[in-house]
Design a protein around this ligand. Structure first.
Ligand SMILES: NC(=O)c1ccc[n+]([C@@H]2O[C@H](COP(=O)([O-])OP(=O)(O)OC[C@H]3O[C@@H](n4cnc5c(N)ncnc54)[C@H](OP(=O)(O)O)[C@@H]3O)[C@@H](O)[C@H]2O)c1
Length: 250
């Protein structure tokens, strides 16, 4: 069954060219939303996704290219979206840098990249989006990680950046209510990193400690994002784990 609940709504999704971000884009678009899809280096994937979705509904998807570490450009992303579609109903902070940073070898640039993409950019995008979201009773969905609560070994900076994003979710819910709801989805194992950093042994260990004995799919996260945007008018300040039960058996 295809829902049309988001017809006429405009949603900005960061890091949307592929993997989880693209699944979020597809599901929200299928429900009728117009989308501003942010990407940085995945030029080809972003344009392919835009063509795919615009073929289904003409001129429903705009692309914005930006390095989210360039904080002064973040308000411009929101402005471009509002100018194109006339409003902004939801912001999904999905973009994220993810790589190991073992203690003793952490650099300032690791900090800047991880905290910048996972925490600082969501804050400044949310701040820029807030007046627009308030005027339409909109919402924000942040994509955190189950490791915000239980840090991932050797991923010190990523884990604390996501912990910060979880805190930001609750803080913004307080600041922006009652007009704007702010929630998060905390994925467990969904799509292995593309850099090969999780070898087969590690993958099998993660799966064996996951109650449903398999990894999830990007659309599992997209379904939760859709729920929080379209089906959860009395939910704010919450973080929903979508992790096959991994967080109760870590
Ligand atoms: N995959 C999982 O199993 C899993 C598990 C737990 C949590 N999560 C969370 O779920 C979300 C999506 O996961 P994913 O695996 O699909 O993410 P991903 O592929 O690792 O990253 C998503 C996108 O973030 C963008 N990005 C990173 N740094 C950026 C920067 N400085 N400026 C602009 N864009 C930047 C990249 O865009 P470009 O490619 O265009 O450069 C990238 O495609 C993330 O927040 C992640 O932390 C995922």
């Amino acid at each position: 069954m295809t829902s049309t609940q988001l017809y006429g709504k405009t949603i900005l999704v960061t890091g949307a060219a592929k993997r989880v971000g693209a699944a979020i884009a597809r599901r929200l678009h299928r429900a009728g939303a117009n989308l501003t899809l942010h990407y940085h280096s995945s030029e080809h994937e972003a344009h392919t996704l835009q063509s795919e979705l615009n073929l289904q509904r003409a001129q429903s998807v705009m692309l914005v290219k930006a390095d989210l570490l360039e904080t002064e450009g973040l308000a411009e992303i929101v402005k471009t979206c509002v100018e194109r579609f006339g409003s902004l109903d939801a912001l999904v902070n999905n973009a994220s840098a993810f790589y190991p940073t073992p203690l003793g070898a952490i650099s300032v640039s690791d900090w800047d990249e991880m905290a910048g993409s996972n925490l600082k950019a969501p804050l400044f995008l949310s701040q820029a989006a807030a007046p627009h979201l308030k005027s339409v009773a909109g919402c924000i969905v942040n994509i955190t990680d189950i490791h915000a609560e239980r840090p991932l070994k050797n991923y010190v900076v990523y884990s604390i950046a996501k912990a910060g994003l979880a805190g930001l979710t609750r803080s913004l819910a307080r600041e922006l209510g009652p007009e704007v709801r702010v929630n998060a989805v905390a994925p467990g194992p969904i799509a292995w990193p593309e850099d090969g950093s999780f070898d087969e042994v590690t993958r099998q260990r993660v799966i064996s400690h996951t109650l449903l004995k398999r990894i999830g799919e990007p659309d599992d996260i997209a379904r939760a994002v859709y729920y929080l945007i379209a089906e959860a008018p009395y939910v704010t300040g919450q973080i929903i784990a979508v992790d096959g039960g991994r967080s109760v058996s870590m």
